[in-house]
Design a protein around this ligand. Structure first.
Ligand code: PFF
Length: 457
């Protein structure tokens, strides 16, 4: 049945287009902004190992599951789940899983847009030469000033949301495919350049050691949860973003191979960002655990002192904004696709509505760094609560249920047909991972955080 059906929203023009779009979704602020700072906050090497294990054992199989489910259902995640549930004769409440994803997408995009706004502000700062020859202290002040200003952040947040919704309004193919094709290689190039710069800082080995030498005594139950949550976040899993992209995927494309390529590229970008950043942190006596400002406080130091730094700094922050854009559109696509299907309205209208709600919610994050910084829940401000709730709870929970659905609710015959894995052993490995390993891992990590058994407490 799924063979002949196409999505009403359109289809990718080729396998390569899907890879680009899904990589565009995966590679974003998560890799360059978030991975380094959470690695810094959670002690380095041991955290990185847990994160890599989660990518391999949980992330890749769930990415395959989401893509496969999307391609079979050919609709927004909510309706795809409904269709697949009917097909499997399962409980209709499974479609709430689609809702969990839509809500997670809103919440994530609301703060994602604010951070992307910081990146835009840094494009402007790079352009006017704010970094050149400046000390770590002055560069630090640039960041604290930005955080202290709700107006400046609101302006950039607004521009970013408008840009995101303008792209989403044009649909899956309009421009997106091409943009990502240029963006990814360029981003890679600048990261390599930063890695080369890091080698000249004198703290290169110290940086590498921090990143790759595990010290498990630094790990807490929450660090393990953060590493796992970040594996979901960075691969755009657990909320239907990859599922909705999978629904635009033509038949006869190997889902296993593409998933591995996407996860590989994503991991590479994150590690390169880490390799570039930590030597700069240590060489300048900065604090690796300083939080969400880390890349904004470190990379400008590199750009300020390297030859050609003005140009590279400018290019870097422009690319970061584009990387954020190609992720942001996938965060809201499940909601927009659902609105179009459900209310039979134009994409444009759906975008205005969904974008408006997200923008408003984003104001909470803007204020959490200034006016509302004193308003906390368990010691966390609005932004931190949203981040924890989405990345550490909603995405792993979504992934848990997606794994169960793909591995246990859908007929194995259907999953195999859709994944088109000829090799029986390979299919069994995937099946084992989504049936047992991924759900058990998520469950155990949750229990561990709740203190049921005190591993890394
Ligand atoms: N993967 C994106 C990043 O690493 O920046 C963020 C993201 C996009 C998370 C889409 C979740 C998602 F569904």
């Amino acid at each position: 049945m799924a063979d002949t059906k196409k999505s009403i929203h359109g289809e990718w023009s080729s396998r390569f287009a899907f890879i680009l779009a899904a990589t565009g979704s995966a590679v974003g602020l998560g890799n360059i902004w978030k991975f380094p700072y959470i690695t810094g906050e959670n002690g380095g090497g041991a955290f990185v190992i847990v994160y890599l294990l989660c990518i391999a054992a949980i992330g890749i199989p769930i990415m395959m599951a989401e893509t496969m489910m999307g391609r079979r259902g050919r609709q927004s995640p909510i309706n795809t789940l409904q269709t697949l549930t009917t097909e499997a004769g399962a409980d209709s409440r499974w479609h709430y899983l689609g809702w969990l994803g839509v809500v997670a997408g809103f919440l994530i995009l609301s703060y994602y847009s604010v951070i992307a706004g910081w990146s835009m502000a840094y494009v402007a700062k790079a352009f006017i030469g704010s970094f050149s020859g400046e000390s770590a202290t002055t560069i630090n002040a640039l960041f604290t000033d930005l955080q202290a200003s709700p107006i400046e952040q609101t302006i950039w947040h607004t521009i970013f949301m408008v840009a995101t919704m303008a792209i989403v309004a044009r649909g899956v193919k309009g421009g997106l495919e091409k943009a990502v094709g240029v963006l990814m290689p360029s981003l890679f190039f600048i990261l390599m350049l930063l890695v080369a710069y890091a080698m000249t800082t004198g703290a290169y080995m110290q940086g590498l050691e921090f990143l790759f030498k595990p010290d498990f005594s630094e790990m807490t139950a929450n660090s393990v949860l953060t590493a796992m949550g970040h594996a979901f976040f960075t691969l755009s899993l657990g909320m239907g973003a990859i599922m909705v992209y999978g629904s635009y995927l033509p038949k006869d494309i190997s889902i296993a191979k593409t998933s591995m390529m996407i996860a590989g590229a994503d991991t590479l970008v994150a590690l390169l960002a880490g390799i570039a950043i930590f030597p700069i942190v240590f060489a300048n006596g900065l604090d690796a655990g300083s939080g969400p400002g880390l890349i904004f406080q470190t990379l400008p130091i590199a750009f300020g002192s390297m030859t050609g730094g003005w140009l590279f700094g400018l290019l870097f922050f422009i690319l970061l904004v584009f990387a954020a854009l190609s992720s942001a559109i996938s965060l809201i696509e499940p909601a927009v696709a659902w609105c179009v299907e459900h209310y039979d309205i134009e994409r444009k209208l759906a975008c205005i509505g969904m974008g408006g709600i997200t923008w408003l919610l984003g104001m909470g994050t803007v204020f959490s760094f200034n006016e509302w910084s004193g308003m906390t829940l368990f010691g966390a401000n609005f932004f931190e609560v949203l981040d924890y709730l989405t990345a550490n709870i909603m995405l792993p929970l979504g992934g848990f249920f997606i794994a169960i659905f793909a591995g246990r609710v859908m007929l194995s015959r259907h999953a195999q047909e859709e994944l088109a894995i000829e090799n029986k052993v390979l299919f069994s490995v995937w099946s084992f991972l989504v049936r047992y390993v991924a759900p058990a891992a998520v469950f155990l990590v949750f229990l561990n955080v709740l203190g049921v058994f005190g591993v890394f407490s």
